[in-house]
Write a protein that binds this ligand. Structure first.
Ligand code: CP
Length: 318
């Protein structure tokens, strides 16, 4: 079966997942993003690539970083941007997701940016829309957060230049994290030789070894000599039952402190997709310290989302 996010010519027409996305396309997105970064320093922070196009932001789940940076990115590409207020929309009266999409398509939508609690919702929309309409996944359920994965890779490449000699640790609630899934797929695609996953047994899904990662339950052991640490948020809203003794106990074993960070390489960088739970996943002195690149991730997210939207919008119509 054809990859649903590529058209007949092998061009990226939707971005739904990093699973199966060829390395040359991932690299092309990162290279394109690099061309957009200097735009932030210009007085007029705009290019005309999406002039005349209508971008609809549909966030069925809350967001600060992703929604705002998609809006900034679309505006910098000169698109007309519409943020649907889901709580005030007719979704609350029972209108289905696909009926919502059909009606917004009747308003000449060109690109939908979709965050949804249901894994697969962006795929469903991509199958439903006309060939000239594009869908970008802004996070679906437990499944994927591909633009977060890409901006994380951009950040790593910016600070470390080359993926092929790196050891990267992904720490925490991997089980419920769409960010972890997208990051692990991207790291593997880009040739990172050692990807480690660190967390308690209750928060690590089975089958991680099949993805080519090394699993650790002891954070001091897992962080030994790593180049990059990606901390994850505890996804309390997705947890069923008591998976942790207490936030204090979690912090003791899996919170990133100065003491645990000392196990990593001296120039290791610390990442977190946000929002952070300070004192639970990460100590404030680390989150705000010189090794943290957490706000750089947010800034790079604008350029990466510009790259993704301009690339999918530039794909030929099947
Ligand atoms: N990283 C991330 O997805 O943050 P938001 O939920 O604020 O968009």
């Amino acid at each position: 079966m054809r990859n649903p996010q590529l058209n007949r010519h092998g061009e990226l027409t939707h971005l739904l997942t990093l699973d199966g996305l060829p390395r040359d396309i991932v690299t092309h997105i990162l290279d394109t993003a690099e061309t957009f970064v200097p735009l932030a320093e210009r007085e007029v922070k705009k290019v005309p690539l999406l002039r005349g196009k209508s971008v609809f932001n549909l966030f069925f789940e809350n967001s600060t970083r992703t929604r705002t940076t998609f809006e900034i990115a679309a505006k910098r590409l000169s698109a007309d941007v519409y943020n649907l207020n889901i709580n005030a929309s007719s979704a609350s009266k029972g209108e289905t997701l696909l009926d919502t999409i059909s009606n917004l398509s009747a308003m000449q939508a060109d690109l939908f940016v979709v965050r949804h609690a249901a894994s697969g919702a962006p795929h469903l929309i991509a199958r439903h829309v006309a060939p000239h309409v594009h869908v970008v996944n802004a996070g679906d359920g437990w499944h994927a957060h591909p633009t977060q994965g890409l901006l994380d890779m951009y950040t790593i490449r910016h600070f470390k230049r080359d993926f092929t000699g790196l050891t990267v640790a992904v720490v925490g609630d991997v089980m419920h994290s769409r960010v972890a899934r997208s990051d692990i797929l991207a790291l593997t695609t880009l040739g990172v030789p050692e990807v480690r996953v660190i967390g308690p047994m209750t928060l690590l899904p089975g089958g991680l070894e099949h993805l080519g990662v090394r699993v650790f339950h002891d954070m001091y052991e897992g962080l030994e000599d790593v180049d990059v640490i990606i901390m994850l948020r505890l996804q309390n809203e997705r947890m069923r039952g008591a998976l942790l003794p207490s936030p204090q106990e979690y912090f003791k074993h899996y919170g990133l402190t100065e003491d645990k960070l000392a196990r990593a390489k001296p120039d290791a960088i610390v990442m977190h997709p946000g929002p952070m739970n300070r004192g639970v996943e990460i100590e404030s002195s680390v989150a705000d310290g010189p090794r943290a690149v957490i706000l750089n991730q947010v800034t790079f997210g604008i350029a990466v989302r510009m790259a993704v939207m301009s690339i999918v919008a530039g794909a030929s119509n099947d």
